[in-house]
Design a protein around this ligand. Structure first.
Ligand code: HEC
Length: 170
């Protein structure tokens, strides 16, 4: 009788010990019966920040992704060319681009000899690139040319694009 009692107790204890060693994440199914410090809303290392709430737009606005020239080609130039914005485009071009590309776009700006001579953007393949492509080059740079997204705003880029078109026709 004693023997049966002892062996039953041993079996019960062994079962409890083994089940105690099992990984316990503090829940049964979807229900938590215990929350530990690791169950908290703070970011874990390497965890990406939370997605914004659906349907919201950051106050800074979205930066449109332009991964390659094909995507750039699909951009539509929203600005028409008229004498008023032509003057604005010329001024912006001279401020941001002229020192390297030259006021006529021939690649003969004052900085060109000490930096790297830029291509003549008034001829050759630049006659065939889309407005979107030029916009993309201004925003994200090209080769050694720096990106100007911080200095030249979206509508200013289109003004400059239109000015390059005027230079190409001169
Ligand atoms: C600091 C000098 C510098 C400034 C400022 C600069 N560029 Fe450039 N740009 C270059 C150089 C150098 C290249 C050639 C890059 C290369 O091939 O690695 C180039 C290339 C280009 C190209 C040809 C890209 C291609 O497809 O090969 C275009 C178009 C262009 N620039 C437009 C502009 C416009 C518009 C601005 C003004 C917003 C501007 N750049 C400002 C130096 C400059």
């Amino acid at each position: 009788m004693k023997y049966i009692l002892y062996s039953t107790l041993i079996i019960i204890f062994t079962t409890l010990i083994i089940s105690g060693c099992r990984h316990d994440d503090g829940r049964v199914g979807e229900h938590y019966y215990r929350t530990d410090m690791h169950e908290q809303p703070s970011y874990k290392p390497q965890e990406s920040p939370r997605d914004p709430v659906e349907g919201t737009i950051p106050v800074t606005g979205y930066v449109m992704e332009i991964r390659d020239s094909l995507m750039a080609d699909r951009l539509e130039n929203p600005l028409s060319r008229n004498p008023e914005n032509a003057e604005l485009g010329r001024r912006l071009y001279n401020i941001h681009c002229g020192m390297c590309h030259g006021s006529g776009g021939k690649g003969d700006g004052t900085v060109a000899p000490v930096f790297q001579t830029p291509p003549d953007i008034t001829q050759g393949r630049f006659l065939n690139v889309t407005d979107g492509y030029l916009y993309w080059v201004i925003r994200d740079g090209a080769g050694i040319m720096p990106a100007y997204y911080e200095h030249v705003r979206s509508n200013e880029r289109w003004l400059i694009v239109n000015h390059i078109r005027s230079l190409q026709q001169e």
